[in-house]
Design a protein around this ligand. Structure first.
Ligand code: SF4
Ligand code: SF4
Length: 422
């Protein structure tokens, strides 16, 4: 038996099956890996999954994370059975937590009651207000889905289910960061928001440098603008009230703590994906034959996760960094970000640079001062939210001293008279 260690596994009980057809979805085409399959996790795989997860993790909390495709296509009985298996295995020092990522369109009162009774954390995929969400998130007949998704959110709220928002940042909403953030905060009432950039290759077969990206991909400058505009609003008034995971992960970097995100960790390897038939892959973004670790019905998950293949996959993130990243002043927070997006070349022509590099550099540089302040507060045992008062006072002083034709202290690049001095 292998030594238990913690990793974050995403299980796909319905494989790539989904009732929607979002234009940018990278997972729908994965159904091609299992031609003729029902894309349905059977009971033997479910049992093996829950048992092996409990055996291979340290605890005391073990997270069962369901994802898709659309996991609710499995029906409620599948998840009831999962909870039954968890209850059989729970003991002092071992407790299961459940999360599910869903498009929210199939939820009803029965689902919500089940989530509430079993303390599920529900992630809802929503890309912003109606027009921005509907730009790419469509159903199988190409129709918009905003109404169905927000109806699902309302049901969750009515039943007191904890939920978070997973928002992709793409070409359509990329210039509207503040509008998207305010919509989530003020109209949806979201307390937890995760932002994921869409970097979508035209070439579906591999991960070669220089591949063309689709027009739905967010540009590096757009991504920087999105993140910085949301950050400025958040750091001005929402620290400690709204949790934007990208900012939490950044704060961990400034505080010298491990990142909560594989994307901003030095190495990969702790975020495997489990397909409906028990096939375990190195990562959700590398569900392809060359990154198949094995099947958990044949080899225990713990053994697959601590094997050489997964170790090499994890280290490749670090070993593959171009010199440009090694010399970068924000590498401690970025680490070259996700290898799936390393399709660009560094200025000296070296391959392996993240396509979003320019955006990450700008964002991490932009947040340096407030992050330093919040990290200092944290290390003094104080709340990072206190930074809001310090920053407001510093701004007030800077605004009092600045001339009308000088650059605005807010960092917008505009003259004071055209910005905060208007
Ligand atoms: S490839 Fe990307 S998503 Fe996968 S583990 Fe590495 S950083 Fe995370
Ligand atoms: S900001 Fe760019 S250069 Fe710096 S670590 Fe990230 S990807 Fe590399």
């Amino acid at each position: 038996m292998t030594t238990p260690f913690n990793f974050h596994l995403l299980a796909k009980p319905a494989g790539a099956a989904c009732n929607l057809r979002c234009d940018y979805c990278f997972f729908l085409k994965k159904a091609g890996l299992y031609p003729g399959s029902k894309l349905h996790m059977e009971d033997d795989v479910l049992c093996a999954y829950i048992e092996q997860l409990a055996e291979s993790q340290v605890g005391p909390e073990v997270t069962v994370a369901w994802q898709g495709g659309e996991p609710t296509l499995m029906g409620l009985d599948f998840f009831r059975r999962s909870i039954e298996l968890e209850r059989e295995l729970e003991r002092p020092g071992l407790r299961f937590e459940n999360t599910i990522q869903t498009n929210g369109t199939l939820l009803d009162a029965e689902w919500c009651r089940f989530f509430r009774e079993n303390d599920f954390l529900v992630g809802i995929s929503l890309d912003g207000p109606r027009e921005l969400h509907d730009a790419y998130r469509k159903d199988a007949r190409g129709r918009p889905t905003f109404n169905e998704v927000t109806r699902g959110v309302e049901l969750l709220q009515e039943h007191g289910v904890e939920f978070n928002i997973l928002c992709t940042v793409n070409a359509a909403n990329g210039d509207h960061g503040l509008e998207v953030y305010r919509f989530f905060r003020d109209e949806i009432g979201a307390k937890y928001i995760q932002l994921i950039p869409v970097v979508e290759r035209d070439n579906e077969t591999g991960f070669q440098e220089g591949e063309a990206l689709t027009g739905r991909s967010v540009s590096p400058r757009q991504y920087a603008g999105f993140l910085t505009s949301v950050f400025d609003e958040w750091v001005d008034r929402d620290v400690g009230e709204v949790f934007v995971l990208t900012f939490d992960w950044a704060l961990a970097a400034w505080a010298g703590e491990p990142s909560g995100s594989c994307a901003f960790a030095p190495t990969c390897g702790n975020a495997p994906a489990l397909e409906h038939n028990g096939d375990l892959y190195s990562c959700d973004h590398f569900v392809e034959p060359s990154h198949l670790l094995g099947n958990i019905l044949e080899t225990p998950m713990g053994e697959l996760m601590s094997g050489e293949k997964q170790r090499a996959f994890g280290l490749e993130k670090l070993d593959g960094l171009p010199q440009f990243c090694l010399d970068c002043e924000v590498r401690f927070a970025c680490h070259g970000a996700c290898p799936k997006d390393r399709v660009a070349k560094a200025p000296d022509g070296e391959p392996g640079l993240n396509y979003l590099c320019e955006g990450y550099k700008e964002f991490f540089s932009h947040i340096d001062e407030p992050m330093k302040l919040m990290a200092e507060l944290l290390s003094a045992g104080r709340a990072p939210s206190e930074a809001m008062d310090f920053l407001a006072e510093a701004r007030r002083r800077a605004f009092a001293l600045v001339g009308r034709n000088e650059p605005c202290p807010c960092g917008s690049g505009l003259k004071y008279k055209h910005c905060h001095g208007k």
